[in-house]
Ligand binder design. Structure first.
Ligand code: AMP
Length: 304
């Protein structure tokens, strides 16, 4: 089943203890699409500026990703800069330049309007609302966000959270959004807003799945080399939602818990690939064998 995604398509400038990348391909929609495309066809909605190197997205077309919903506007592409500490769980945002995203009005192409699976990737909540309003009758809607929007546009963010089935958020952001200092309390506060599923990402400490049935903990793979954690969260979301769509997790109106749990592991698998290199390099050309071998590593890591 195909997935409609809206999010940032960006040029990232990233510095880690292992090196630097300037104006490298990034963005929430880009990482998500590259990752999810290993499981389901993807339709992307977003905007880039007239300075965007379109050839860098070509590889996505060969991976069953439709880019027809990406508009090119006069102006500069969205740019983000980040610097990682020696402890790569810590990063500072150096700048966020919305550029063409500032005045972007998404128009969903007719052929995408009846999308059943929708992923509202990290971008202004007002844009996420705009996109959702144009989809006829989605079966499952998931959302990701980050601190920039929690502190800058909380009201609109809460409005869109009320309309989604699944939220993916990292631990610090879940606490900031809910004013709680405890993750279980934070998940419960998010349930009260409406979502049925809350996924809290904890970087190198894995991710927690909260559903009405309980809590599931997915580990992150302990890696010897972490080159660049940028996009790990979006790559996780891609593996997670991609697997849910591929297996059509909603059966007779009920979310299948065992599919949700396996999806958490596929999310972790895709995040583990993403951090092995800068930008999207590692996500460009994975084989199904590499993905299933890494899945087995996760099974072995957590079985006792
Ligand atoms: P992650 O490391 O999963 O948090 O994702 C980082 C990606 O999100 C980078 O490629 C950035 O271009 C993009 N990004 C950073 N800040 C924002 C923002 N405020 N809105 C949308 N995308 C962003």
């Amino acid at each position: 089943m195909s997935i409609l995604v809206v999010g940032s398509v960006a040029l990232d400038s990233v510095e880690t203890p292992f090196g630097k990348a300037d104006d490298a391909l990034g963005g929430s929609a880009t990482f998500f699409s590259a990752s999810a495309s290993y499981f389901s066809p993807i339709n992307v909605v977003g905007v880039v500026g007239s300075d965007f190197p379109h050839n860098e997205l070509e590889f996505l077309k060969t991976r069953n990703v439709s880019l027809d919903g990406i508009k090119t506007e006069e102006g500069k592409t969205f740019r983000w800069g980040g610097k990682y500490h020696v402890d790569m769980n810590q990063r500072d945002t150096l700048f966020t330049a919305l550029n063409v995203f500032e005045h972007f009005k998404p128009v969903i192409p007719g052929q995408y309007k009846n999308s059943e699976y929708v992923f509202l990737g990290n971008i202004a909540p007002t844009l996420q609302l705009d996109v959702l309003a144009q989809i006829d009758n989605p079966k499952l809607v998931a959302l990701d966000t980050m601190n920039f929007w929690i502190s800058g546009m909380k009201e609109s963010l809460v409005e869109v959270i009320k309309k989604v089935d699944i939220i993916l958020i990292n631990d610090q952001e879940a606490k900031e959004l809910t004013d709680k200092t405890n993750l279980v309390q934070a998940a419960n506060a998010i349930f009260e807003l409406g979502p049925q599923v809350v996924v809290i990402k904890k970087g190198e400490h894995g991710a927690l799945l909260f559903t009405k049935q309980g809590i599931f903990s997915a580990p992150a793979l302990p890696m010897e080399t972490v080159c660049d954690p940028t996009g790990a969260g979006d790559s996780f979301a891609g593996g997670f939602i991609g697997y849910l769509a591929h297996n059509d997790v909603l059966k007779n109106g009920v979310l299948d818990e065992s599919v949700l749990r396996k999806a958490m592991i596929y999310g972790s698998v895709m995040a583990s690939f993403s951090i092995e290199d800068f930008s999207l390099e590692k996500l460009k050309d994975l084989s199904s064998e590499e993905i299933s071998n890494r899945y087995i590593q996760f099974v072995e890591l957590a079985s006792f």
